[in-house]
Design a protein around this ligand. Structure first.
Ligand SMILES: *Cc1c(COP(=O)(O)O)cnc(C)c1O
Length: 254
C-alpha cells in the first residue's frame, strides 16, 4: 500500500481526475475513498476490466488510469495492452496496474505498455510470510527519477533487512509461480466438478469469462482460486470453519 499510495500522491494535484476500477483491492479502495478525497482529486469508478467504461469516463483533467489484474478477490481480468492504449490517448495521463496476483513471472505488465506497475511483495515475491514490502516499477527513466526522489523525500524506504530477505524470496519466485499455478489449476478443476460447488472463478478455466484475455497475457494463471459454495452462507461457513480444519489436522498428523 505504501508503494501504491506514495506513487499516486506523487503524481496527482488538486483538480486532477483518477479512473479506478470497482471492485479493486480493498486497501486501494479505502485509500481513494478516505485519503484522495481530501486533496480535491476526483475519482470515477468503473466496473473492473470494462474498457468501454474507462473510455467513457475520460475527462479533460484525467491524470491516472488505475487498473488491477487479476483482481483481488474475484479474479476478473483487464486486457493490459488495450488498457495501456486507452491511457495513451490522453496527453500527460499515466497508466498504473497492480499485478500482485500475477507476479512479474506470469505477466509482463510493463511490456504491455503500462507506465507503472505495482506488486505487493508481501505476497508472492516475499514468499515466506516473513516480510511486508511493496514495489513500484516503471520503464520511463524520467518518471523513475521523479518518483525515487519523491520516495526519498517522504521517507518511504524499505528497511535493509527486509530488502535482503525479499531478495532471498525472489530467487525462488519463478519456480514457485510455476508450482502455484499447476496446483491451483488442479484444485480449480476439482472444485468445478464437485457437486457442492456452484461456481469456480479461475482465469485458467475455459469457463472463466476472461479466459481469452488470460491466455493472451498470462503465461500461467497463478495460485488464487475462488468458488461459490451451494446452499449459501451457512454452508460456506461450515466449509471454512469445520471442514477445512479437519483437513488441516490430517495434514498435521502426517
Ligand atoms: C495484498 C495486496 C495489496 C497490499 O499489499 P500489502 O503488502 O499488504 O500492503 C495490494 N494489492 C493487492 C492486489 C493485494 O493483494
Amino acid at each position: 500500500m505504501a508503494a501504491i499510495s506514495n506513487t499516486i500522491l506523487a503524481l496527482i494535484k488538486s483538480g486532477d481526475h483518477i479512473i479506478a476500477p470497482d471492485p479493486v483491492y480493498s486497501g486501494v479502495y479505502a485509500f481513494l475513498k478516505q485519503i484522495i478525497n481530501i486533496y480535491g482529486v476526483e475519482v470515477t469508478y468503473v466496473p473492473s476490466g470494462d474498457l468501454d467504461a474507462y473510455r467513457k469516463a475520460i475527462k479533460l483533467n484525467t491524470k491516472i488510469f488505475y487498473g488491477e489484474t487479476p483482481t483481488n478477490p474475484v479474479l476478473s481480468l483487464l486486457d493490459l495492452k488495450a488498457f495501456a492504449d486507452i491511457a495513451k490517448t490522453v496527453p500527460g495521463a499515466i497508466s498504473m496496474c497492480d499485478s500482485t496476483f500475477a507476479s512479474p513471472i506470469l505477466q509482463d505488465t510493463l511490456g504491455a505498455g503500462i507506465d507503472i506497475v505495482f506488486q505487493s511483495c508481501t505476497k508472492y515475491l516475499g514468499g515466506h510470510s516473513d516480510l511486508l514490502a511493496g514495489s513500484m516499477c516503471t520503464s520511463d527513466p524520467d518518471l523513475f527519477f521523479y518518483l525515487s526522489e519523491h520516495q526519498k523525500i517522504t521517507g518511504n524506504i524499505m528497511s535493509p533487512y527486509t530488502a535482503s530477505i525479499l531478495l532471498r524470496g525472489i530467487r525462488t519466485l519463478p519456480i514457485r509461480m510455476e508450482k502455484h499455478s499447476d496446483n491451483a489449476l488442479q484444485v480449480a478443476k476439482f472444485l468445478e466438478a464437485h457437486p457442492k460447488i456452484s461456481r469456480v472463478f479461475y482465469p485458467g478455466l475455459p469457463s472463466h469469462p476472461d479466459y481469452e484475455v488470460a491466455k493472451k497475457q498470462m503465461k500461467k494463471f497463478s495460485g488464487m482460486v475462488v468458488c461459490d459454495i451451494k446452499d449459501g452462507m451457512q454452508a460456506a461457513k461450515t466449509f471454512v470453519q469445520v471442514r477445512l480444519r479437519v483437513i488441516e489436522k490430517k495434514l498435521a498428523r502426517k
